[in-house]
Ligand binder design. Structure first.
Ligand code: TXA
Ligand code: MG
Length: 330
């Protein structure tokens, strides 16, 4: 069997962006940088193009895609926004927030897993925004990892996971946020619901909407199948590295040399091949940014287990711990 060449990584030059925009318009898939994690993008209005996303990821077609837009004009093209959606859009877009709204007929069923709603996000990453502007189409994109794996936060991670299944990767540097977007269900604007935790916190959403935004899909293990249908990406085993993950409120000392120990902050007086930390001072934005990259790196080192500290506090800590619980669920 012929071996497929590895995907090419493109720097975000004007010429490369123009080329990739043409590839997208022609129905190809392109991996793209976003401020949250890298995505695997295709023309959201072209069912055949979007099928290629599912094939490349090995993702079941019951798991719908997020549609990325450049402008509020494109929002009205793909869905029926309501006042609550426009309030959140004004406050948080472009940025790490995805809104679930009633879809318009132009969005093919494969994008939404046959549902009447579509998930929409206006990303802030400058290179991705330029690509969206040049392509002049909304782009459907889930995270650019093989189904069930850890989301990629660099172009290199994308190539390691999907390099033989795709041809084009746009490099936009390491993702600034490092966790997938917050998802809010706004199909009924009177009853907003939080489907996935992210960098936009529950508290911020509630302050801006001036109402409660209850979390419907909870941490791993407690997600029932019926609930998973609401936000299928919240299946318990999502985001899992291959190495078993064990969570701790606090790790006092790194132990067994066969096992990896991941501290939130740089531990004093502990060094070794099996000692890792997420942020020098344990600050949560840094922890979030480095989390997936650290799990991917350790996963490749063949440790028997990965021990990780949970993040203290609420807000971003909830989103970090949500991903850790998913990584530990097996
Ligand atoms: O930050 C992010 O959200 C990244 C970047 C690339 O934008 N995308 C991402 O997509 O993480 P991912 O792999 O999580 O897949 C999209 C998820 C689905 O698994 C599902 O949970 C949710 O978005 N989703 C999509 N359409 C939906 C819908 N109509 N109703 C409810 N949830 C939906
Ligand atoms: Mg994903």
């Amino acid at each position: 069997m012929l071996k497929r060449p590895l995907a090419r990584i493109y720097r975000g030059t004007a010429r490369n962006l123009a080329l990739l925009a043409r590839r997208l318009r022609a129905g190809d898939v392109v991996a793209v940088p976003t401020e949250t994690v890298y995505g695997l993008a295709a023309n959201a209005l072209d069912a055949t193009a979007c099928e290629k996303i599912f094939q490349a990821k090995g993702r079941p077609t019951t798991d719908p895609l997020i549609v990325h837009i450049h402008s509020l004009g494109q929002l009205a093209q793909v869905c029926e926004p309501n006042a609550a959606a426009l309030t959140l859009a004004k406050k948080f877009w472009p940025g790490p927030l995805t809104l679930v709204l009633p879809k318009r007929p132009v969005v093919p069923g494969i994008v939404t897993a046959g549902k009447k709603s579509v998930a929409v996000r206006m990303p802030s990453h400058p290179a991705f925004r330029r690509l969206l502007a040049l392509a002049r189409i909304p782009l459907a994109a889930p995270s650019a990892n093989p189904f069930g794996g850890v989301s990629p936060t660099t172009a290199k991670h994308v190539r390691e996971g999907l390099g033989i299944r795709i041809s084009h990767i746009l490099d936009g540097g390491p993702a600034q946020i490092g966790l997938e977007s917050t998802i809010v269900d706004l199909r009924n604007p009177q009853r907003p619901r939080l489907l996935r935790l992210g960098a936009v916190t529950q508290g911020e959403l509630e302050r801006v909407l001036r109402r409660r935004v209850p979390l419907v899909a909870r941490a791993a293990g407690r997600v029932r199948d019926s609930r998973a249908q609401i936000a299928p990406g919240l299946l318990a085993r999502h985001y899992s590295p291959a190495t078993p993950v064990v969570l701790h409120a606090k790790i006092v000392r790194a132990g067994d040399a066969n096992e990896a120990f991941v501290f939130l902050r740089r531990p004093r007086g502990q060094r070794g091949r099996n000692v890792f930390w997420l942020d020098a001072r344990g600050e949560l934005p840094g922890v979030a940014r480095r989390l997936f990259a650290t799990l991917l790196k350790i996963d490749a080192m063949q440790f028997a287990k990965i021990h990780v500290e949970l993040a203290p506090g609420d807000g971003l800590a909830h989103a970090i711990n949500d991903r850790l619980r998913h990584a530990a669920a097996r």
